[in-house]
Design a protein around this ligand. Structure first.
Ligand SMILES: [Cu+2]
Length: 159
């Protein structure tokens, strides 16, 4: 393991932290936990995982992720919007879904496609693009017409 470290540091220096490289060959550190040094807490994926709004409004339940667990490339998530008590919110909307890589300070060039919220408060979001390995946050901006809040999921994406 000791001998790998200089190589990893060199690879990182070559990329300059800009993270524009989406080539598979950039995953030269495969087998290394790319999230081990993350300052941002992340969760293990599980169907039914819930996250609460930053302001205490709304909850989102992650019903299903494709692939599962979330992986590199395009991901589709089916979510359910509820109030804090778990009551479905069919009239709420998802106004924005924003994938972000905190360690590198970048998002991705792909804008997620947000489906309509159905009568059970469920919606599918396609094209959540995790373009490189590491910790990603996905921030949902949810609104019920009068109140808006942000709900954040964080996962480690393997190389
Ligand atoms: Cu990055």
């Amino acid at each position: 393991m000791q001998r790998l470290l200089p190589l990893i540091l060199m690879t990182y220096a070559t990329l300059g932290g800009a993270c524009l490289d989406t080539d598979e060959s950039s995953s030269s550190a495969s087998g290394v936990n790319q999230c081990a040094q993350s300052d941002v807490a992340y969760e293990s994926y599980a169907s039914g995982l819930t996250a609460s709004g930053e302001q205490g409004h709304f909850k989102i339940e992650l019903l299903d992720g494709v692939p599962a667990p979330p992986g590199r490339g395009s991901n589709s998530w089916t979510v359910k919007l509820t109030d804090e008590a778990g009551q479905a919110l069919p009239t709420a909307t998802i106004d924005k879904v924003f994938p972000f890589m905190p360690a590198h300070g970048h998002s991705t060039g792909v804008t997620p496609v947000i489906g309509d919220v159905d009568a059970e408060g469920k919606a599918t979001v396609d094209d959540i693009d995790f373009m490189m390995a590491g910790v990603w946050t996905v921030t949902f901006t949810v609104s019920d017409g009068t109140t808006s809040d942000e709900v954040v999921f964080a996962f480690c994406i393997d190389g």
